[in-house]
Design a protein around this ligand. Structure first.
Ligand SMILES: NC(=O)C1=CN([C@@H]2O[C@H](COP(=O)(O)OP(=O)(O)OC[C@H]3O[C@@H](n4cnc5c(N)ncnc54)[C@H](O)[C@@H]3O)[C@@H](O)[C@H]2O)[C@@H](O)CC1
Ligand SMILES: Nc1ncnc2c1ncn2[C@@H]1O[C@H](COP(=O)(O)OP(=O)(O)O)[C@@H](O)[C@H]1O
Ligand SMILES: [K+]
Length: 511
């Protein structure tokens, strides 16, 4: 599991260490890790250390101090190091250490505090590695001048260079929303981000996540509390799955009630059923009109049609809320879930049919457009673009407004529980952006809720912490199934579902 902590929590955890250790001990530790990451990156690229020039981009805070100390290490290892001082107040001891190690320093601001673009360009062109130490967790909002202009000029330069430099960000790519993953102004896209103490939420949430490159987390010995955001790995998902026991029978493994598909969209029924069956449940009970039922049976004769006892519900995939008959089936399933205290997934058409408030064991699974509509219907005018610009805050807001757990689909999936648990998963590739994969996901999540119904039913998970982890687990299984089905090429929703048993087996075998 990767755990991310907000800037304030990092500061609070740093404070006692800063007081107890010699001056800059923490910073030199961080800087050593940055220098090591630069050397490893050069080795990976097959570049010679002695022939490489590193350009330090130095801002006025401790982030710039990290860069200066890292530059000193690199200069001692035989690299050519130049520092572009983008502030009139660089970290003093860091600057002295860099100069002692023969780092050449350049003031890239003129007397009026504006960037000397020609000098910056010359320095940028000479360097094979740029180390971004402009701002870290101390930055507030979008980068201001002169840093904004410097970053814009560098980004333009980089795009025009025949051999793009490798960009290593110190702690975070300067200018990202450290706590929420938003990108409000110019940011230099990094190939590697070396982050101190713990990951930050913005490194695991879009759009900022896409600018961070490979993530290296450096342990500097911080005693941190509960994470603000987490990302599951396969071993975490293995702990959440409930594989069958020798004593199990179909009813103890979990029965999923499925209300998906309609005369207009019959395929969704097959896809959601496939997602559930291939993830592993004791039984799927399908409720729907004759056409979709027949289609489900052609593909999955094991599905039982008609109502009966279930442990969890999945409703809404392939249902048009304007189709009154089907809408009533969704409402009926939801009424039963609420009355029986059972967990449920509400997808697609069910989102518009959801009441104002729901329990945390109900998971809403909108994509960005559907989430925008959900928020707008609850009095907070939001567009799809707004959600895409700030998916993490949007998902959290929807969880707070509805009381439900929210799984926001997209290139990175965001899961937010009303109690505050937040996870993001980025396990699949863009080939998953094809019709019907969302229906498969609803089935996968329904299966996981049915498997763990004993822990969720009857008010078992009031703040949604477990529900959210199961939703994130569903996103991991679904994403990995997408990758496995794709093998670099296109997928169809059914091939994603067909890849699930192999992914489940791999996950269960993971250490
Ligand atoms: N305190 C320490 O000893 C340690 C600090 N660490 C580093 O220190 C960083 C935090 O340092 P600071 O608290 O000094 O803060 P930063 O270095 O992140 O940023 C503060 C500087 O940025 C400027 N600034 C703030 N918002 C801005 C904006 N929107 N546009 C332009 N400039 C802006 C401020 O005026 C100030 O000069 C961490 O990210 C990490 O890299 C690590 O070295 C670990 C140890
Ligand atoms: N660019 C992307 N990269 C990775 N996964 C994606 C991307 N775009 C969409 N997905 C995933 O594909 C699925 C699409 O679901 P959805 O939009 O509901 O499609 P549909 O309604 O057609 O089934 C979701 O699981 C989503 O997270
Ligand atoms: K930085």
């Amino acid at each position: 599991m990767i755990r991310a902590h907000e800037a304030q929590a990092i500061r609070e955890a740093e404070a006692p260490l800063l007081a107890a250790t010699p001056t800059d001990a923490l910073m030199t530790h961080a800087a050593f890790a940055v220098a090591t990451a630069v050397l490893e990156e050069l080795d990976r690229l097959g570049a010679r250390r002695s022939g490489t020039t590193v350009l330090l981009l130095v801002g006025g805070g401790n982030n710039g101090g990290d860069a200066l100390y890292a530059g000193a290490y690199l200069a001692r290892r035989g690299l050519q190091v130049a520092a572009a001082l983008c502030t009139d107040r660089p970290h003093e001891r860091g600057l002295a250490a860099a100069r002692r190690a023969r780092v050449r320093t350049h003031d890239v601001l003129d007397a009026a505090g504006r960037p000397r673009e020609e000098l910056l360009t010359v320095l940028a062109d000479r360097a094979g590695v740029w180390l971004d130490g402009l701002t870290g967790i101390g930055a507030r909002g979008a980068l201001r001048e002169p840093l904004a202009g410097i970053v814009t000029a560098l980004a333009d330069r980089r795009a025009a260079m025949p051999d793009e430099p490798t960009v290593v960000a110190v702690d975070v790519p300067s200018g990202i929303g450290v706590d929420d993953g938003t990108v409000a102004g110019p940011v230099l896209r990094a190939d590697v981000t070396v982050t101190m103490g713990a990951a930050k939420p913005g490194l695991l949430a879009r759009p900022a996540e896409a600018l961070a490159g490979r993530l290296v987390v450096v342990d500097i010995g911080l005693g941190l509390g509960e994470a603000a955001l987490a990302r599951l790995g396969p071993a975490d998902v293995a702990d959440l799955l409930r594989p069958p026991l020798p004593t199990d029978h179909k009813y103890t493994r979990g029965v999923l009630g499925l209300v998906a598909g309609s005369t207009t969209y019959p395929g969704a029924a097959v896809l959601a059923a496939a997602g559930a069956l291939r993830t592993g449940v004791g039984m799927v009970r399908y409720l729907g009109p004759e056409g979709p039922t027949r289609l489900v049976h052609e593909r999955f004769p094991e599905v039982v049609a008609g109502s009966g006892r279930v442990q969890a519900w999945a409703a809404g995939s392939g249902v048009d809320p304007a189709d009154e008959g089907r809408a009533e089936d969704v409402r009926d399933a939801l009424r039963r879930a609420l009355a029986d205290g059972l967990p449920a997934v509400l997808d697609a058409g069910a989102l518009a049919l959801a009441p104002e408030r729901l329990p945390a064991t109900v998971v809403l699974t909108p994509h960005a457009g559907e989430l925008a509509q959900l928020l707008t219907e609850r009095g907070e005018r939001t567009s799809r673009a707004d959600v895409e610009a700030a998916p993490l805050p949007a998902a959290r807001r929807a969880a707070a407004l509805t009381g439900a757990t929210v799984l926001l689909k997209g290139a990175t999936t965001v899961v937010a529980a009303p109690g505050g648990t937040t996870l993001t998963q980025a396990d699949g590739g863009p080939w998953l952006a094809t019709a019907g994969t969302g229906d498969v996901l609803a089935g996968v999540l329904g299966a996981l809720l049915a498997q763990r119904a004993e822990d969720l039913a009857g008010g078992g998970d009031p703040d949604g912490a477990l529900t959210a982890e199961l939703a994130a687990a569903a996103a991991l299984l679904h994403g990995r199934a997408g990758t496995r089905a794709s093998a670099g090429g296109p997928v169809t929703a059914l091939t994603v579902a067909d890849a699930l048993p192999g992914v489940v087996a791999d996950v269960l075998a993971s250490p």
